[in-house]
Design a binder for this molecule. Structure first.
Ligand SMILES: Cc1cc2nc3c(=O)[nH]c(=O)nc-3n(C[C@H](O)[C@H](O)[C@H](O)COP(=O)(O)O)c2cc1C
Length: 408
C-alpha cells in the first residue's frame, strides 16, 4: 500500500541509535508520507531537531508546551491526525513510561491521546542487560498486550563495544514494518497467502564446489517486500543471496533444487495456512551432479579433467500439475530465455499449467537491479512492461495477480 500522504508519528527517544532513525525519516518522506517527528529531551542530545525538520519539512516537536493555535493543538492534533506511530529508538526509559501511561513529555502525552486502532510500532534499542531486564520485558509485554507491535532488535555489535542482543533493527526493516502495518489495514492482498521463491540454487560437485547461477534474489525479494506491503502473508523460500529477508515474512532458506522442491511442497501442504498464490522467481538449476563427491576432487595427475555426470533436476512447477489439494492455487512462473522469449514463455505457461508467466531476457535481467518483462496470462493476454527497477516490476506483477484473483 502506498505511503503517500499518510501521517506518520515518529517518536525518537534518547538512544544512540537515534542517528539511524534519520534515514527512516528520510525514506518514509521520500515514499510520500508526512513524517511528524517528536523527540524526547534525551533524543535532542544525540540529533538536532533541525536534522529531522530539514528532511521531513515538518516542524519537529520537542515540548508539550507549544503549537497551540487555531489550527494546531499540540499533542491533541498530532494524535488525532496520526495514521501510525513508530517509536524508534524505543529506549528502556520510554518503554517504561509508555507502559505506565505517563504523560511527561511530547511523545508519551501524544501516545496516550492516540485514537484506538492506530498501529503502534516499537523498535527497542539498548544494551543487552537493559533489554533482558525483567522490568523492560514486562513493559514490552504490557505494550504488546495493548496492541503494540515490536520490531525486534537484532544481535550484533552494540555502541558500547559489547556484542549482544539489543541492536535496533535496520532502517530498511523499520520502513518495511511501517509498510507492512499499512498493508494489513486494507492492502489489496490483505488476507492472501503467497509463497514466493527467490535466488539461485547451488548443486554440489564436492564439499567446496557447486554449479550455480548469477541470480541475486532481487526480483523474488522485491516481490516479497511488495506483497507484504499490500497486506499478504508471505513465505519466502530463498537460495543463498546477499539480501536480508524482508521484515515480516516467513523465511525458509534452501541451497539445492531438491531442497527447494521439498520446501515448496511443505509450504503448500501446510493445512493451517492454505496458499492462494505461488510465485516461482527462483533461478532453479536444471541439472545437478549425479553423485557429488564427499571429498574435494583433486587433480589425479593424468592431465585429464574429471567428467562430471549430470542428471536432470525435477521441474517443480510442472510437478504440481494435477497434484491433489491445490485447487484454486494461482501459479506464476518466470521464463528466463536467451532466444524466442515470448514463444518459449507461452509454451512453458501451457506445459506447466500456469496462470501467469513473466518472460524476461536471461542475460539482461539476472543479477541486475532492474528488469524488462512481458507478462503473459493464461487467457493469452500479453502486457509488455518497460525496463524498470525490480520493485516496480514486482508491483506490476502483483497488480496482475490481484486482477486474476478478483476474476475467480
Ligand atoms: C551515550 C548514551 C547512549 C545511550 N544509549 C541508550 C540506548 O541505546 N538505549 C537506551 O535505552 N538508553 C540509552 N541511554 C540512556 C538514555 O539516554 C536514558 O535512559 C534517558 O533517560 C532516556 O530518556 P528518553 O527515553 O526519554 O529519551 C544512553 C545514554 C547515553 C548517555
Amino acid at each position: 500500500m502506498s505511503l503517500k500522504d499518510k501521517n506518520i508519528l515518529l517518536g525518537v527517544a534518547g538512544g544512540i541509535a537515534a542517528y539511524k532513525v534519520v534515514q527512516v525519516a528520510r525514506d518514509l518522506t521520500v515514499a510520500g508520507a508526512r513524517v511528524h517527528v517528536m523527540m524526547t529531551p534525551g533524543a535532542t542530545r544525540f540529533i538536532t531537531p533541525l536534522t529531522f525538520q530539514s528532511l521531513t519539512r515538518y516542524p519537529v516537536h520537542t515540548e508539550v508546551w507549544e503549537y497551540w493555535t487555531q489550527e494546531a493543538q499540540g499533542h491533541i492534533s498530532l494524535a488525532r491526525e496520526a495514521d501510525l506511530a513508530l517509536i524508534a529508538p524505543a529506549t528502556a526509559d520510554i518503554l517504561a513510561r509508555l507502559a505506565l501511561g505517563l504523560a511527561d513529555d511530547i511523545i508519551t502525552t501524544t501516545m496516550l491521546g492516540l485514537p484506538p486502532g492506530v498501529p503502534v510500532l516499537l523498535a527497542p534499542a539498548m544494551e543487552t542487560h537493559m533489554y533482558e531486564h525483567p522490568a523492560t520485558r514486562q513493559h514490552l509485554q504490557t505494550l504488546v498486550e495493548r496492541g503494540a507491535q515490536v520490531i525486534e532488535p537484532g544481535y550484533g555489535n552494540l555502541a558500547s563495544g559489547a556484542v549482544g542482543t539489543g541492536r535496533m533493527a535496520d532502517p530498511a526493516q523499520l520502513v518495511s514494518a511501517v509498510r507492512l502495518a499499512f498493508g494489513r489495514m486494507g492492502g489489496d492482498l490483505h488476507g492472501k497467502r503467497l509463497i514466493i521463491t527467490a535466488g539461485g540454487t547451488q548443486e554440489n560437485i564436492d564439499p567446496v564446489r557447486y554449479i550455480g547461477n548469477r541470480s541475486s534474489g532481487q526480483m523474488g525479494y522485491a516481490l516479497a517486500e511488495e506483497a507484504l506491503a499490500r497486506g499478504a502473508e508471505v513465505t519466502l523460500i530463498s537460495g543463498p543471496v546477499k539480501l536480508a529477508p524482508p521484515f515480516g515474512c516467513n523465511f525458509v532458506g534452501i541451497t539445492s533444487t531438491l531442497q527447494l522442491e521439498q520446501a515448496v511442497h511443505q509450504a503448500l501442504e501446510n493445512p493451517a495456512a492454505k496458499a492462494d498464490v505461488l510465485i516461482m522467481a527462483a533461478a532453479v538449476a536444471d541439472f545437478r551432479p549425479a553423485s557429488p563427491s564427499e571429498q574435494k576432487i583433486k587433480k589425479d595427475g593424468s592431465g585429464q579433467a574429471p567428467n562430471i555426470e549430470l542428471v536432470l533436476n525435477p521441474d517443480i512447477l510442472a510437478g504440481l500439475k494435477g497434484r491433489p489439494g491445490l485447487g484454486g492455487l494461482l501459479k506464476v512462473g518466470f521464463a528466463a530465455e536467451t532466444e524466442d522469449l515470448t514463444f518459449n514463455a507461452e509454451k512453458k505457461l501451457q506445459s506447466k499449467d500456469l496462470d501467469l508467466i513473466v518472460a524476461n531476457d536471461a542475460v539482461t535481467s539476472i543479477g541486475q537491479p532492474d528488469n524488462e518483462v512481458t507478462l503473459i496470462e493464461r487467457s493469452g493476454m500479453i502486457t509488455n512492461l518497460e525496463r524498470s527497477p525490480k520493485r516496480v516490476v514486482a508491483g506490476a506483477i502483483l497488480d496482475k495477480v490481484v486482477e486474476i484473483l478478483a476474476k475467480r
